[in-house]
Design a protein around this ligand. Structure first.
Ligand SMILES: [Zn+2]
Length: 346
């Protein structure tokens, strides 16, 4: 497994809004950039090329957790790129779209939009990786098999067929086989993005953009209303296993292993490593940190798992540096608060 970051986008995404104050007695803090991390798995044997995208909607926990679980496995056959947290700001806030719906920005996005570098980064990664298929993962509302307005528990296609792409047959294969293992059955949704009038907004979505740019793409959705996170993740992994069959992807130890005994436990808590006026401080638990007025604090590292980050309470999450006198910070693992610290200037 190799881990790479899109350096270009990492730098651009660290754009910060630093108010133009004269040097004052307040504390200034510098948070790390929220990188668009992607993870590359490559098997020794030739197979298909699959690109997995999770977390475009930040409150769809089953989707990004399932994508994240794939990363710690080794591939035997084929090649895979996994972007589990496409919209990390929204994941940390645990909302659909902290800066509006990211999945409506793929046909056009303003350079001023805080999501700009993530959306453009995703597009660039897709076009440079040249996958056989993109799978965009979501947790939708309700149950598609029971209501026409629900998106939960489904495979979503933009058309039965789009140009050279047969979208219906692979989706049908995934549905039929996945349903053998699922208590909450998945259904097919065809949005008729290009031929119909009901879902024109889907042209702005990731899969619509992919198709228009010659890349085959599907959405898979668990339901937000499944009783547990484990069942949401299971739904995703069972559907992915069928896509992996279709696209000639094989993990070490077999693909069945993915859906069994996956670990959602919290594990080790993160450590927060700060540089306060040039001095290193490590914090592991709830704490009150008193610093001198005018101090400069840099968050050196959040030593933990993927998805660990520090966010200020009550401050715009797009900012990566700002001034304050007294402020609380939450150290989170994705949506979950692990501990908090209060920084007070004295
Ligand atoms: Zn979604």
């Amino acid at each position: 497994m190799t881990r790479r970051n899109f350096i270009k986008y990492s730098i651009l995404s660290s754009l910060s809004v630093s108010p133009l104050f004269a040097k004052d007695d307040r504390v200034e803090i510098f948070l790390p950039p929220k990188k668009l991390n992607y993870y590359h798995l490559k098997g020794k044997k030739a197979g298909g090329r699959v690109l997995i995208i999770g977390g475009i909607h930040g409150n769809e926990i089953g989707a990004y957790k399932a994508a994240d679980l794939l990363i710690d496995n080794d591939l035997k056959k084929g090649e895979m790129l996994i972007i589990p947290r496409s919209n990390f700001t929204s994941i940390l806030a645990n909302v659909r779209g902290y800066n509006g719906d990211m999945n409506r920005k793929f046909n056009y996005i303003s350079k001023k939009d805080p999501d700009y570098y993530y959306v453009e980064g995703l597009k660039e990664i897709i076009l440079s990786f040249k996958p056989d298929v993109v799978i965009s993962m979501h947790d939708g509302y309700g149950f598609a098999s029971k209501s026409k307005r629900a998106w939960g528990q489904s495979v979503v296609i933009d058309e039965l067929r789009y140009k050279n792409f047969d979208l219906y047959s692979p989706a049908k294969f995934v549905l039929d086989n996945a349903n053998k293992y699922l208590k909450y059955k998945v259904a097919l949704i065809n949005t008729k993005t290009f031929s119909g009038k009901i879902h024109p907004e889907q042209k702005k979505a990731l899969t619509g953009w992919c198709l228009e740019n010659g890349v085959k793409a599907f959405c898979i959705e668990a339901s937000k209303q499944l009783p547990t996170l484990k069942e949401k993740v299971f739904t995703h992994l069972v559907m992915l296993r069928e896509f992996f069959k279709l696209y000639n992807i094989e993990f070490d130890g077999g693909n069945d292993r993915l859906v069994k005994n996956f670990d959602l436990s919290l594990g080790d808590k993160p450590k927060l490593i700060l540089d306060v006026n040039g001095k290193k401080i490590t914090l592991k638990n709830r704490d009150i940190l008193k610093v001198k007025k005018g101090s400069i604090i840099k968050v050196v590292d959040i030593d933990g798992k993927r998805g660990d980050f520090i966010i200020p309470v009550g401050v715009n999450l797009n900012w990566s540096s700002f001034h304050f006198r007294n402020l609380s910070f939450n150290i989170k693992r994705d949506y979950k608060k692990i501990f908090s610290i209060d920084i007070r200037s004295v």
